[in-house]
Design a protein around this ligand. Structure first.
Ligand code: NAP
Length: 287
């Protein structure tokens, strides 16, 4: 078990920064530095959060999490590097800085910090949709993809994930290309689910109330399908007419959706599902 983190600095005031502060603020000494702290939407069920306008106080922590928009990470890393250069840390101490983006490695987005002796960088990406004001316990069982430039950052990242009751998962490797591919695929899953639910409700409903009711109903269907998906290979857990090979139902669906804006989406999902089922049959030695 990794040595627990005692003091944490968080840079950012958005969804992830607020959620981390709410989840960790009771157990750790947490300081948050945000450009607009008044905009932070904190959980009413979480501990009070200490915002500090002085970057230097956040920079003095053993572990710093940068949770700002992906595009702003290099700029924030540059400002933190300038701060650390002006206020050198005690000799022999290691400072670890991690960002929470899934798209790039710490080595790329936090590059200015790697020039400072005694600093290790990395990233710690929660593979979970984080809404505004997420409260204590939100990251329980959440997968976290961790990659770091050094062993101390790796250990501290694992410790923090443990303290969040999350579950670390490993990428096949920590190259820039693999991380970008991982994030594109994760986005395909999350964006795809939200888009499918929303477009399906819109295509069926006659008014705003029905749209809301079917977003809820299709959303709950998506939850059961997602649980199924996590339980085994797609061809084994898939339900519905593609899995059963119900040709007459599939033809009925084509006719039913032919003149609706979701037709192309429906056809693309069908093609992908049929390809997956065919591959499953070939690999399983079936017909
Ligand atoms: N939300 C999720 O579901 C989720 C899940 C996993 C990972 N992530 C990652 O976590 C990170 C934060 O995402 P989020 O969803 O928390 O974002 P968010 O809610 O949109 O908040 C973004 C934050 O970044 C700050 N910011 C933007 N530009 C800045 C700059 N130049 N200097 C300082 N601060 C700046 C914003 O400050 P202002 O309010 O002052 O503009 C805001 O506090 C991103 O890397 C994202 O990819 C998000």
């Amino acid at each position: 078990m990794a040595e627990p983190i005692r003091e944490l600095g968080i840079i950012g005031g958005g969804r992830v920064a607020a959620a981390l502060a709410s989840c960790l603020g009771d157990a750790l000494d947490v300081t948050v530095h945000a450009r607009h702290p008044e905009r932070a939407r904190l959980s009413p069920h979480g501990p009070p959060v200490a915002f500090d306008a002085d970057l230097a106080r956040v920079a003095s922590r053993e572990l710093i999490i940068i949770a700002v928009s992906d595009d702003a990470i290099p700029e924030v890393a540059g400002a933190l590097a300038a701060e650390l250069k002006s206020e050198p840390r005690p000799a022999g101490s290691i400072l670890c800085v991690l960002h929470t983006s899934g798209a790039t490695t710490g080595g790329r987005s936090l590059a200015p910090l790697l020039e400072i002796p005694g600093v290790e960088v990395g990233s710690m990406h929660p593979l979970i949709a984080v809404p505004p004001a997420a409260g204590p316990g939100y990251f329980t069982r959440a997968p976290f993809v961790i990659e770091t430039s050094g062993p101390v950052a790796a250990e501290r990242a694992r410790a923090l994930v443990e303290q969040l009751d999350g579950e670390p998962i490993e990428l096949p490797d920590s190259t820039e290309a693999t991380k970008a591919r991982y994030h594109a695929l994760a986005t395909m899953v999350a964006t795809g689910t939200v888009t499918l639910v929303d477009r399906a409700a819109d295509a069926l409903a006659a008014d705003a109330d029905q749209r809301a009711a079917f977003r809820d109903a299709f959303g709950r269907l998506a939850m059961t399908a997602a649980v199924n998906a996590s339980r085994g290979p797609g061809p084994e857990v898939l339900t519905g007419p593609v899995a059963r090979g119900d040709a007459s139902t599939l033809a009925l669906h084509d006719r039913a959706l032919g003149d609706l804006p979701v037709e192309a989406l429906h056809a693309a999902v069908r093609r992908a599902a049929e390809g997956m089922v065919d591959r499953g049959r070939q690999e399983g030695g079936g017909a």
